[in-house]
Design a binder for this molecule. Structure first.
Ligand code: GLU
Length: 286
């Protein structure tokens, strides 16, 4: 059975771009007689808010997108995330990292807007030194990507944006598997939970395309099935900027308050081609 999912983080109100992702994921499941799942990615307790979870549910209902109940709160999956982390550690594929953001920024240079690739400072620490420091200092856990790639070999995934893609996890470097503050990170949690939920089709914006390289690697290391990927273009604000959760005026909740029809909007989004360049969506006036 085809299983798709929509996996927002409740750190703000959803905008049109989220609605398009949700509509495309919902459609894919509906067309195949499959299931559409909602997963709330709320592992970051400091930034996530219950009122945004409620708003996400209200937005999906307003759009007319039914999802399987109960939906999954990712924060309930901590034991599984920890088990996956242990599995990778026991395979010798992780190391503790004591660097602060400032340390990394000082040595790594990155083009504007792109997260710097970690320069590997803590990978060079002797194992006993690192283990002793890890006893007393807060630290993140990183993936030793070169070792992981050696272990996993050549990997590909099927993407409706780019066809068969060769995974190149080196592009994002030694990513953080577990943040120092919350003990887990987006990449690991998403992969473990896609596996747990039996997701066969990941539909999301092309801004997450690059994450797929390392997610594909994690699937191989953890023995998880590989979904098909459908990365779609992004919707832009009228002035060409990327839509952002912090712009309340562009939120779905604001459209709803202005009297826009949710099912009407969902139909409009269904007519939009899910490939080609990023674009501004022309909505009919209400
Ligand atoms: N939680 C992520 C976000 O809101 C999306 C994760 C995914 O689709 O893989 O950007």
């Amino acid at each position: 059975m085809l299983i798709s999912r929509f996996a927002p983080s409740p750190t703000g109100l959803l905008h049109l771009g989220h609605a398009w992702s949700a509509v495309l994921a919902h459609n894919r499941a509906r067309a195949a007689g499959g299931q559409f799942l909602l997963r709330i990615e709320d592992i970051d307790g400091d930034r996530c808010r219950p009122q945004f979870v409620e708003a996400i549910v209200a937005d999906l209902r307003w759009l007319g997108l039914d999802f399987a109940e109960p939906f999954l709160l990712q924060s309930t999956r901590r034991p599984a995330h920890a088990a996956a982390l242990r599995q990778l550690a026991e395979a010798g594929l992780t190391y503790p990292c004591f660097c602060t953001r400032a340390d990394i920024a000082a040595v790594a240079s990155a083009p504007h807007g792109v997260a710097p690739v970690y320069p590997g400072t803590c990978r060079a620490l002797a194992q006993d030194v690192a283990a002793a420091r890890a006893e007393r200092e807060q630290h993140a856990i990183r993936l030793a990507v070169d070792r992981a790639v050696d272990r996993a070999g050549r990997l590909v995934w099927e993407d409706s944006l780019a066809g068969e893609v060769l995974a190149q996890p080196e592009l994002t470097g030694d990513i953080v598997l577990a943040r120092r503050d919350i003990g887990v990170g987006y990449m690991l949690a998403a992969v473990v939970d896609d596996g747990f939920q039996g997701v066969t089709d990941v539909v999301r914006g092309r801004d997450l395309f690059d994450s797929t390289h390392v997610q594909r690697l994690l699937q191989a290391l953890l023995g998880l099935p590989v979904p098909r990927y459908h990365h779609h273009p992004l919707l832009l604000a009228a002035d060409g900027r990327r839509l952002a959760k912090r712009d309340r005026s562009e939120a779905l909740a604001a459209l709803r308050a202005r009297g826009v029809s949710g099912p009407g909007l969902a139909d409009r989004l269904r007519r939009e081609a899910p490939f080609g360049p990023d674009r501004v969506l022309q909505l009919d006036p209400v």
